[in-house]
Design a protein around this ligand. Structure first.
Ligand code: C2E
Ligand code: CA
Ligand code: CA
Length: 583
């Protein structure tokens, strides 16, 4: 039943009850005959008056109730409709009934909170919640708008810059996710200031900004920048350089000074694609090319990168299962001592027998492992494998063996190599005198304090330390004094040069003399000819490693080499595989 009908029914009921009450009163007070007379006299007039009075009363009650109840309810209904349609409401005071005013005010509050929620929802839809930058959906939308706009303009280009922070995963793993998040926020601020300095909060209200440069966070440590109205691709590379310089400044995170670098891939509209999907994909490919070319750099996309990228992705996914599928193995390359034949040393070098790609060298997959963080697991596997081999050799007639293993800068700066080494020595029950680790200068300079601390611990453990690839990169002689190092490994490029020019020979001579003064052992790497060997013997270089003496070989062949007396020169390929005696 409707409200109107209810009120009407109520009014009729009131009139009937009041009439009945009047009759009852008269019946109680006056004699029956007199009443009958009166009734007769008045019946005609009374009936007419009664009908008129009742009608007037009903109309009055209805009007009253309409004003007090029905009209305010109708107004509230209108307000509610306005709220649901998102219209502004502020005319609550026109509602007259006081209780209903309160309800109206509540509705206004409800509308305000709905509006705030609506804004939050928009922000979530358009912006990245951690950094406040636009998210991927906004970026794709804006890029499409920019492309549409550029189609109508002659000779205008759009730069799509895909930026990935180098080694972010390892920072996250070592310093924790909270610090990782702070780093991402700070990096986002720097990027925004560097490129556009925009208020992205405003963007969430007006998500159609296709006329300005844009920066977005795609996911994790991946950012993307859109540069509009470029006249040449070079403008994009200048921006990339500016970004790299901005990020190179150290970040202070909860008292830790963190250095971060980035790799940037650039694709250009219309040259490298005419829709958002292709441009983004190609900038991603170019970013990976930048990473594999040594990080902290930028690369423009070119078509040949696609083939390279497909292979890289295949290796990256294969790496996840390579350890459990026993696809890695170690080769051992002899380091031959010129003056002390009792020394029997090998460098362990990893190889990957890929199920479909065949044998893959470390130069190709170690950088991918470093970039993806797999190097921690692979490094642990190498250490385990090498220690197991040392133990086996020690127990099978090779008591003097020393194996040197390569430790990546990622393991040094973000892992816990001392603990791993300690555990492995104890797991395989071998002495630390059988083990040496090889580290490069670049891994020492990343964080000098960490490196010195690590090397000191290793030294205390009795593990020898070799500085690898000396002569490439920084080649700072001051390192030789500052860091606790036992061995200096002179890089192959240096050895090659001594044949060609006398200057290199002189420099090598002074390096060897200085190293001897500092009581360091010298290993010359990559010796390929008799002439190189002779020059090095003349310069008093005591240990030689290189194809001229022996190539890296399987453990079984290395054992034969050992037991054959580590003689010079030997064609290692002709050595029989060593088989341990069976009891
Ligand atoms: P590296 O530590 O400088 O290792 C020496 C590299 O030079 C080895 O290449 C070796 O096969 C090669 N080599 C040795 N003698 C000669 C020579 O006379 N001539 C020439 N041309 N090359 C020679 P490989 O095994 O391909 O390793 C390349 C690099 O990969 C290594 O350079 C090292 O940086 C990295 N690597 C290898 N194994 C491991 C590993 O187990 N862990 C880590 N983290 N890195 C590794
Ligand atoms: Ca090495
Ligand atoms: Ca080396």
């Amino acid at each position: 039943m409707t409200l109107k009908a209810k009120i009407l029914g109520l009014s009729v009921l009131v009139v009937l009850v009041s009439t009945a009450m009047t009759g009852l009163l008269a019946y109680i007070c006056i004699e029956t005959s007199a009443i009958e007379q009166i009734i007769q006299d008045l019946s005609g007039i009374t009936v007419a008056s009664f009908i008129i009075a009742t009608t007037v009363l009903i109309v009055l009650i209805y009007r009253l109730l309409y004003q007090i109840v029905i009209q305010p309810i109708k107004q509230l209904q209108t307000l509610a409709n306005k709220i649901s349609e998102g219209e502004e409401i502020c005319d609550v005071n026109t509602i007259e009934a006081s209780e209903l005013i309160t309800v109206g005010e509540s509705l206004v509050k409800m509308q305000q909170s709905l509006k705030a929620k609506d804004h939050e929802v928009k922000k979530l839809a358009y912006l990245d919640s951690l950094t406040g930058l636009p998210n991927k959906a906004t970026l794709v939308n804006s890029l499409n708008q920019m492309i549409d706009r550029a189609k109508n303009k002659h000779d205008t280009k759009i730069g799509v810059l895909f930026l990935n922070l180098d080694n972010f995963k390892t920072i996250n793993d070592s310093l924790g996710h909270k610090i990782g998040d702070i780093l991402l926020k700070k990096a986002a601020d720097r990027l925004n200031n560097c490129i556009c300095g925009q208020d992205f909060f405003a963007l969430s209200r007006h998500p159609k900004l296709s006329t300005k440069n844009l920066i977005a966070r795609l996911s994790g440590d991946e950012f993307m920048l859109l540069l509009i109205d470029l006249t040449s691709a070079q403008e994009a590379s200048s921006t990339a350089l500016r970004i790299l310089a901005t990020l190179a400044e150290p970040f202070l995170l909860n008292g830790n000074e963190v250095h971060i670098k980035a790799s940037i891939g650039i694709s250009i509209y219309p040259n490298d694609g005419n829709n958002a999907e292709v441009l983004i994909k190609n900038s991603d490919i170019a970013m990976h090319a930048a990473k594999s070319k040594g990080k902290n750099s930028y690369q423009f996309y070119d078509d040949s990168m696609n083939i390279h990228m497909a292979r890289r992705l295949e290796l990256e996914s294969g790496m996840r299962t390579a350890i459990e599928n026993n696809e890695f193995f170690l080769n051992y390359q002899p380091r031959v001592s010129i003056n002390d034949p009792s020394k029997r040393e090998f460098e362990a070098l990893i190889r990957w027998q890929h199920p479909t790609r065949g044998l893959i060298g470390p130069m190709e997959f170690i950088p991918i492992a470093e970039e993806t963080g797999f190097i921690q697991d692979i490094g642990e596997w190498i250490l385990d494998q090498a220690c197991q081999q040392i133990r086996f050799w020690r127990d099978n007639g090779m008591p003097n063996v020393l194996v040197s293993i390569n430790i990546s800068s990622i393991q040094i700066n973000y892992g816990s190599p001392v603990l791993s080494i300690k555990n492995m020595l104890s797991k395989h029950d071998i002495s630390s005198r059988h083990l040496e680790i090889e580290i490069t200068e670049s891994s020492l300079i990343e964080n000098e304090a960490v490196a010195i601390n690590l090397l000191t611990h290793l030294r205390n453990l009795g593990v020898a330390i070799a500085l690898d690839d000396f002569g490439t990169g920084y080649s700072s002689l001051s390192y030789l004094k500052r860091f606790p190092i036992d061995t200096l490994k002179i890089d192959r490029t240096f050895i090659q040069d001594i044949e060609k020019d006398q200057e290199s020979l002189k420099i090598l001579k002074s390096i060897i003399n200085l190293a001897h003064d500092l009581k360091l052992k010298i290993v010359a790497e990559g010796v390929e000819t008799r002439e190189q060997l002779d020059s090095l013997i003349e310069l008093n270089c005591e240990t030689i490693q290189g194809f001229y003496l022996a190539k890296p070989m399987l453990a079984e062949r290395a054992a034969s080499y050992y037991l054959n007396g580590f003689t010079l020169p030997v064609n290692s390929e002709q050595l029989p595989l060593y088989k341990p005696p069976t009891n």
